[in-house]
Design a protein around this ligand. Structure first.
Ligand SMILES: Nc1ncnc2c1ncn2[C@@H]1O[C@H](COP(=O)(O)OP(=O)(O)O)[C@@H](O)[C@H]1O
Ligand SMILES: [Mg+2]
Length: 390
């Protein structure tokens, strides 16, 4: 902060400004009175001037005679009255203008006060600056505290901001570490099979085939994982654009249903249309969200189980749902299933492939559309996940 002292200006006084304006206005009134008086005088003197000597020959005598005349006509009282009126007018105008200018005076006073507080404020900011300098962004329990009561509000705001930044930093760090961990596993598997190939694959046909298949599978799932990670990373940095268009939600769900029937013969897919449901959104992203729900339903439902897709209007909102007859999700897992890399223990033990990123992606898509999820699930009975759009 600059230490240069600002030059103290003399404060404005609205009183003297008001007096000058009042005086000007009084002089105007005086001028009007003089003109009027001259006119009146002219009219009164007109008969005498006609008979008497010419106006050019007015002398001391005639001036005294005029004064006497004025007194006789009681005009001197009028003149005094006019003088009094002018004085009163100046006073009145001064007071009126001063009242009008009073906000300006307050403003000037406040500015003066502020400039007087300058030094004090400077010290305070210096203290605040030092306190901020001392903060370390990594240490969680560190808080900004100068002990100055007047800075308490500012401190709370800075502390809240720091907490949010630390939170997002922690999330990012966890994401990177989880992602590396997830990628390490398929790489280790591929290396293992490559070693096996190297040792025995040249002679043992069975090992050769097994290894090639495993390497193919692992690299495929790794590719899928990398694509999911890229999607979320792009989403985090705001680089997934939405291509908004109007379309029929029922048509979209029908297409996804037909696709599922074709790809997955192991389950009994049904579709119930809610009629024409016009929505605005990115159809390919919403389809992707529906596919993620269907993929889970299929993964966590025994072969032959029924999977019901629906398009519907829920409380006036367009919606679609995927209901399965699978293993269900325990109540304690439900709050976490949308977290990145979260997988319920049951799903892990089933040895189904998966990364725990599917629902995180679905949530990103749905939230970008301003929508939300509703989940109903019973252990060993099934799960229904509904996406409700605005
Ligand atoms: N239809 C479902 N039935 C049972 N569990 C489910 C279902 N959908 C999701 N889950 C649970 O939520 C977790 C997260 O799902 P998801 O993010 O798609 O990851 P992934 O399917 O790769 O494990 C799953 O591991 C599973 O435990
Ligand atoms: Mg999944």
């Amino acid at each position: 902060m600059s230490k240069a002292r600002r030059k103290r200006e003399k404060p404005i006084s609205t009183g003297s400004i008001a007096f000058r304006i009042g005086l000007g206005s009084g002089l105007n009134l005086l001028l009007i009175f003089i003109v009027l008086d001259l006119v009146v005088l002219g009219i009164l003197l007109l008969p005498d001037l006609k008979n008497g000597p010419g106006a050019a020959e007015i002398t001391i005598d005639s001036f005294n005679a005029l004064k006497a005349l004025l007194r006789e006509w009681k005009l001197d009282i009028l003149l005094r009255l006019e003088g009094l009126l002018v004085v009163l007018w100046v006073l009145f105008e001064t007071l009126r203008v001063r009242a009008k200018l009073s906000p300006l005076q307050e403003f000037a006073d406040a500015a003066l006060k502020l400039s007087e507080m300058d030094g004090e404020a400077e010290q305070r900011y210096q203290k605040l600056e030092n306190a901020i300098d001392m903060l370390s962004p990594a240490e969680d329990d560190q808080k900004l505290a100068t002990g100055d009561a007047e800075l308490a509000g500012l401190e709370t705001a800075v502390n809240k901001l720091m907490a949010r930044m630390r939170d997002s930093y922690r999330q990012q760090a966890r994401f990177v570490s989880d992602a590396s961990h997830e990628l390490r596993t398929p790489i280790a598997v591929i290396r293992g099979y490559a070693d096996m190939l190297d040792r025995w694959g040249k002679t043992d046909e069975k090992i050769l085939e097994e290894s090639i298949q495993a390497i193919k599978d692992e690299s495929e799932s790794m590719q899928h994982l990398v694509e999911q990670l890229l999607f979320l990373a792009r989403g985090d940095s705001g680089r997934v654009p939405l291509n908004i268009s109007g379309f029929d939600l029922s048509e979209m769900m029908q297409e996804v249903w037909e696709e599922s029937v074709m790809i997955d013969k192991a389950h009994d897919y049904r579709f119930e249309s809610g009629g024409n449901i016009p929505v605005c959104g990115d159809i390919s992203l919403l389809k992707q969200a529906a596919r993620i729900l269907i993929e889970n339903a299929s993964k966590y439902t025994p072969e032959g189980g029924e999977i019901m897709l629906k398009s519907l209007v829920a409380d006036g909102h367009p919606a679609f749902s995927v209901q399965d007859s699978g293993i269900g999700i325990s109540e304690s897992d439900i709050p976490h299933i949308f977290e990145r890399f979260y997988r319920a223990d049951d799903s892990r033990s089933k040895q189904t492939g998966g990364s725990g990123l599917g629902l995180a992606i679905a949530r990103w898509i749905v939230e970008r559309h301003g929508g939300h999820f509703e989940i109903v699930s019973r252990k060993d009975i099934g799960t229904r996940i509904t996406v409700i759009l605005p």
